[in-house]
Design a protein. Structure first.
Length: 208
């Protein structure tokens, strides 16, 4: 239990330090070369089929995610997994606060999209990356906690990781986010989720 708490806090602190460094580099314009190089490289693979696929993944990171959140809560309450439902609610509420606070704190303008219109919100960090990491990552963790099969656990973790990565990549491919926005979204989510895990295990240990 103590090892889990220490590890979770260590990951949270490391993620926070990396986020702070990236935010500082972004404000000073030091990530511009990296962002443009990655954007241009990804855009080289553009095709009608790839664009359709990336739009689908982007959709999974927004409207589908919202629907999946509502369905997951309904299923959890039906199964009487109230602790899991509470975890999911707190996770997504915190993600929403983080997304809004960070976007308005940094006020980074959006890049010129390769496909579609410019979204009406600020660019840093990517909300799709942040929300998908929090929701699909925590959902996978909650299900795995109640799954005995090791093989199934591995499949669930891999599926969640691939889905979260694909959603982040879709935002870069479509050109609506810089790569550093997506990485910052993942880091912000990692701080929030691992911090919650650490506090939850610490409180559980104290209550015994």
């Amino acid at each position: 239990m103590q090892a889990t708490v220490l590890m979770s806090f260590a990951v949270a602190i490391a993620s926070l330090a990396l986020f702070a460094w990236m935010a500082s580099e972004m404000r000073e314009g030091e990530v511009q070369h990296f962002d443009l190089a990655v954007r241009n490289w990804v855009h080289r693979f553009a095709s009608p089929a790839m664009t359709t696929t990336m739009e689908a993944f982007s959709f999974i990171g927004s409207w589908v995610l919202g629907a999946a959140f509502a369905i997951s809560l309904a299923v959890f309450y039906k199964l009487r997994w109230r602790r899991a439902a509470t975890w999911l609610i707190v996770t997504m509420a915190g993600a929403l606060v983080l997304d809004l606070a960070l976007k308005y704190a940094f006020h980074r303008p959006r890049p010129t999209p390769f496909f579609g219109a410019v979204p009406g919100t600020w660019s840093f960090p990517s909300g799709h990356a942040l929300f998908s990491f929090c929701f699909y990552g925590v959902l996978a963790g909650l299900i795995i906690y109640r799954t005995r099969s090791l093989a199934l656990r591995i499949v669930i973790w891999c599926a969640a990781a691939v889905l979260v990565a694909a959603i982040g990549l879709s935002r870069i491919y479509l050109g609506v986010h810089y790569p550093s926005d997506v990485l910052a979204g993942y880091l912000a989510a990692a701080v929030w989720v691992t911090g919650m895990v650490a506090v939850d295990h610490w409180r559980s240990g104290r209550s015994k």
